[in-house]
Design a protein around this ligand. Structure first.
Ligand SMILES: Nc1ncnc2c1ncn2[C@@H]1O[C@H](COP(=O)(O)OP(=O)(O)OP(=O)(O)O)[C@@H](O)[C@H]1O
Length: 475
């Protein structure tokens, strides 16, 4: 049997369009396909498109590229829906734009005037080729497939992708490539990135891939000691006390938060970079420094010596914040869930769809460390095999407001050391409604038709509600 190839199975179409032209085009094209189709999922903004489609798994996308933003977002959508057929539209084209859009993962790039018959024929052909033998079973009805489609979500990759790093987003792949290139050199490395984004992990990966791998890797926290103490701790003290440079001899010294060192200690560091001497002795140490602050601002404020910065800034890595690589959130969450469950003796194996949605839409100002702490807290405080949104801190579910309050260019370091605190609120009506509907969906294992029948509403009401929650959560 070849269920997806059969013409009886309705096509699920998702459209992103701020104006209306793309919706109109999509419906005219789908009408010509000679296949049944479900009611189109129409989105006015990209955030609700991403969230809802993660579960709905459309077969066909019509995306107004101007509404989506840029080709990077298109690549993200294509990566999330490798089996779907992706049509990008724009009011204006151009060869270079067309190449960029197709390279990002679109199958077609259309600009007016649209030849709907031609487009339908192309899609028909490609759908038949691409969808043969894949995805939803033929018996699945339009309203009753959430369970099946969710089960078909690609298995979350819970294994490290590179050294100890979990995450296969394009941004992290670029970081992995940079680490590989940088490892072979002996030059200083300067790592920037918000707190908790993985700077120390990056330094460890550079060390473990370098020819110093068998030698010590010493971490020195520039924010930890007062000046005199920092000087001694780094360069050695009176009475032969060994400093971090000596301890790291032959290996790598990772100097975290370099701009928090006093300027006199920064001068001694500069001296090391100029002469190779740390304290009285010659030192064979590779220096990797980091900051979670903006170096330009630190220099402007007089907290970071400009000459030191330029000496350090030979090879650089920028760790992207988690909110700029949301593709990694669920893999990381699955990894931390498995790890925390094993360590805490719990039975959690997966996150339900609503919990996934909470995690994917949150801003994560404390980055990967905050995600790790959040999952661990949920695992420790709860029992069961499925992690649900009610087990997560209220801050994540609150979505609106919470994220914008916490968003900011420079996050204070101490933020990541704290777990998000629940915000006491009266639960708005739509949230209560969402909880009731989600409980019903859970009770019927995600089957929308059955949940709708039990709630005495229509399946399409559930779809509409889900769409409106997604809009509220990002709104
Ligand atoms: N890609 C990743 N995969 C798995 N774990 C990660 C990843 N990135 C970070 N972590 C984990 O997140 C936590 C924070 O990482 P790390 O200490 O490297 O961040 P940082 O940027 O150095 O933080 P800070 O600025 O506060 O010093 C660690 O427990 C680390 O193991």
């Amino acid at each position: 049997m070849d269920p997806m190839h059969g013409r009886g199975l309705p096509i699920r179409l998702a459209v992103l369009d701020a104006g209306g032209t793309t919706v109109d085009l999509a419906s005219r094209v789908v009408a010509k396909l000679g296949r049944p189709s479900e009611d189109a999922l129409v989105f006015r903004d990209k955030a609700s498109l991403f969230i809802t489609c993660l579960q709905a798994r459309p077969d066909l996308f019509f995306i107004d590229i101007d509404c989506l933003g840029d080709e990077g977002e298109l690549a993200r959508l294509a990566a999330q829906h490798p089996d779907a057929f992706l049509v990008a539209t724009a009011s204006r084209g151009g060869v270079s734009r067309m190449f960029a859009v197709l390279e990002a993962g679109a199958h077609e790039f259309l600009t007016p005037p649209f030849d709907t018959a031609q487009i339908a024929a192309t899609i028909e052909l490609r759908l038949a080729q691409r969808m043969r033998g894949t995805r939803r079973p033929a018996s699945t009805s339009a309203g009753g497939d959430l369970h099946e489609t969710r089960a078909e979500l690609p298995a979350l990759q819970a294994e490290p992708a590179f050294d100890a790093f979990v995450g296969n987003s394009a941004r992290m792949k670029a970081v992995y490539a940079q680490i590989e290139r940088i490892s072979a050199s002996n030059a200083p490395v300067f790592i920037t990135g918000e707190t908790g984004s993985g700077k120390e992990m990056c330094a460890r990966a550079i060390h473990s891939r370098s020819n110093r791998a068998g030698q010590p890797f010493v971490v020195f926290d520039g924010s930890a000691d007062a000046d005199d103490q920092a000087n001694c701790s780094l360069f050695g003290g009176p009475h032969g006390a060994r400093g971090a440079f000596e301890l790291a001899d032959g290996g790598t010294l990772f100097l975290d938060e370099v701009s928090e060192l006093e300027l006199s200690t920064q001068s001694r560091l500069l001296q090391f970079l100029q002469t190779g001497e740390a304290g009285a002795a010659e030192s064979n140490v590779r220096l990797i420094c980091s900051t979670s602050r903006n170096p330009a601002e630190e220099i402007a404020q007089g907290r970071l010596r400009e000459d030191l910065f330029y000496r350090l800034h030979v090879l650089t890595v920028k760790m992207p914040p988690l909110r700029e690589r949301r593709d990694d959130i669920l893999s990381l969450a699955a990894f931390f869930l498995r790890q925390a469950s094993a360590q805490e003796g719990r039975a959690f194996t997966r996150l339900d769809a609503a919990a996934q949605e909470c995690l994917v839409t949150y801003e994560w100002p404390g980055n990967v460390r905050q995600l790790e702490n959040t999952i661990r807290q949920a695992v420790v405080m709860n029992e069961g095999s499925i992690l649900r949104p009610t087990m997560l801190p209220a801050l994540l579910g609150a979505g609106e407001g919470a994220s914008s309050q916490l968003r900011g260019p420079v996050l204070h370091r101490t933020w990541s050391r704290q777990l998000p605190q629940p915000i006491p609120t009266v639960e708005p009506l739509w949230m209560q409604e969402r909880r009731i509907i989600e409980d019903a969906l859970n009770a019927f294992d995600g089957n929308i038709s059955q949940a709708a029948a039990a709630l005495e509403i229509s399946p399409s009401t559930i779809y509409r509600k889900k769409q409106s929650w997604a809009e509220r959560l990002v709104g």
